[in-house]
Each structure stands twice: as structure tokens, then as C-alpha cells.
Write a protein that binds this ligand. Structure first.
Ligand code: Z5A
Length: 222
């Protein structure tokens, strides 16, 4: 049986890394085989492109070029990490995926939706997440969390955007949830981590049937 594909989305500091890791660990503790991955990145080729994108050196090339680079990274990630895992019955938990491009390059970058859809066709084809958690916190809370975590490190290309940019991000994610309520679940991530993790777990067990989640074949979880 094909694995399940779960993605985490949301703005800066909303808790995507935290909760994708917690979910993957909980699934593994039940014997489920899981790949925990992220975008941009998640495969050797895509990790190289990640560095180019987050360092900001691609910004002067323009928003279309950045979108093409995100797409190139995604194509490599899908071919080399995500699809092989799903085909072997391994679950994939991914920190950011196609909705990030729709929001950052589409809604916020004002790229033509047809261009975004064309990139999706060539990078992911028919592949869609089975479930997407959109973590929602006010921009000021997310930015404060991210800044605390960052410490003295310099803000990356996207962290350095304005408060208004991050508020617009939140709104764009809300529109995605409204447009695809079957796939996307909004989670109030202002609550303490444990409460957020419990809501996510409850959704996963309800969506995929708790008896099957816990009885998936045990194996070398990666
Ligand atoms: N991007 C794009 O433009 N187009 C695309 O197609 C893709 C990406 C795929 C990737 O940056 C950037 O690329 C991203 C969009 C763009 N830029 N931005 N902004 P990244 O991977 O380096 O960073 P990120 O994706 O934004 O995630 P993040 O900054 O690492 O945040 P996070 O993963 O959502 O948060 P976290 O690390 O789990 O938590 C942040 C801190 O808050 C941490 O100290 C936690 O312990 C704490 N935390 C988490 N949850 C809670 C709760 N509930 N209470 C209190 N504290 C909490």
C-alpha cells in the first residue's frame, strides 16, 4: 500500500519544523516507516538550491527565476525522496511543499497563477499531499518566535521581509484552507506546543483511521 503524504505549511515561526518532527516521531514510535523531509531541500540536489535561495543571491534575478529555482528543487525532491518513499509504503512528512510556492511566489510575489500551475504540472504532476496542516499564528508572534530561535544569526532572505509581508502571508494561507478544505486543516498554533501536537495527532488518527496508523508494518524508520 502506498504511504501517506502529510505536509506542514504556514508563515515564519509558526512551528512547522517543531510539529513535523513531533508527528514523524510519534508515527515512528508506533512502528510506522516515515521519512521526515523539508522544502526547499530534502534531496542532495535540492539542498544545493536551498542554499542559493535562502542566501538571497537569487533575489536580484527576479521573482520568476526564484519560482523556477523552487520548482527545480521540488522536482528533484519529488523524484529522489518523496515518490520512492510513498511507492514503498513509507509515510512522508514534509515541512513546506507546493502551497509555499502558491503563497510566497504566487499571492505575495504576484506571479500569474497559470505560471504557478504550469510549474506544478512539470514538478509534481498528479502528486498532492493527502493532508496539509496550515499552522496559524499572528505575524508578530511567529516573527518573535523565529527571532528568539535565530539568536545572533542574520535573518535570511524571507525572514527579513516586512511585518506587512508576513501578515499578508497569513491571509494567503487562510485563502488556501478555504479553497481546499478537504486537504487543508488550519491549526491554531498560538496554543502551547503540547496542545497543538495533540490536535495534529487527533486529526491524523481520525483522517487515516487510528487502527491502521498503529498497525502499519514496522520497519527501518528513516
Ligand atoms: N519558500 C518559498 O518562498 N517558496 C517555496 O516554494 C518554499 C519555500 C518551499 C524556507 O525557510 C523559506 O523558503 C521560507 C519560505 C520560502 N521562508 N520564510 N519565511 P526555512 O525553511 O529556513 O524557514 P521556515 O520554513 O520559515 O520555517 P522556520 O522559520 O524554521 O519556522 P517554523 O518551522 O515554522 O517554526 P519552528 O522552528 O518549529 O518554531 C520556531 C520557534 O518557536 C522554535 O523555537 C520553537 O520551539 C518555538 N515554538 C514552536 N511552536 C511553539 C508554540 N506552540 N509555543 C511556543 N513556542 C513555539
Amino acid at each position: 500500500m502506498r504511504g501517506r503524504f502529510i505536509t506542514f505549511e504556514g508563515g515564519e515561526g509558526t512551528g512547522k519544523s517543531t510539529h513535523s518532527t513531533l508527528l514523524a516521531d510519534r508515527l515512528k514510535s508506533l512502528g510506522t516507516r516515515v521519512v521526515l523531509t523539508r522544502e526547499p531541500g530534502g534531496s542532495p540536489g535540492a539542498e544545493v538550491i536551498r542554499h542559493v535561495l535562502l542566501s538571497g543571491v537569487a533575489k536580484p534575478l527576479g521573482i520568476e527565476a526564484e519560482a523556477v529555482l523552487f520548482a527545480a528543487a521540488r522536482g528533484d525532491h519529488v523524484r529522489n525522496t518523496i515518490e520512492p518513499a510513498l511507492a514503498q509504503g513509507v509515510w512522508v512528512v514534509c515541512d513546506r511543499f507546493l502551497d509555499s510556492t502558491r503563497v510566497y511566489q504566487g499571492s505575495l510575489g504576484h506571479l500569474d497563477p497559470l505560471f504557478i500551475r504550469a510549474l506544478e504540472r512539470v514538478t509534481i504532476g498528479d502528486l498532492k499531499p493527502d493532508l496539509t496542516f496550515v499552522l496559524d499564528v499572528p505575524a508578530e508572534i511567529g516573527l518573535a518566535r523565529a527571532s528568539k530561535r535565530r539568536g545572533e544569526r542574520v535573518a535570511d532572505r524571507f525572514e527579513a521581509e516586512s511585518r506587512a509581508f508576513h501578515e499578508a502571508l497569513r491571509e494567503a494561507y487562510r485563502e488556501i484552507v478555504a479553497a481546499e478544505p478537504g486537504r487543508c486543516i488550519a491549526i491554531d498554533a498560538t496554543e502551547p506546543k503540547a496542545a497543538v501536537a495533540e490536535r495534529i495527532w487527533k486529526t491524523v488518527t481520525e483522517r487515516f483511521d487510528s487502527t491502521r496508523v498503529s498497525s502499519l508494518p514496522a520497519g527501518a524508520a528513516s
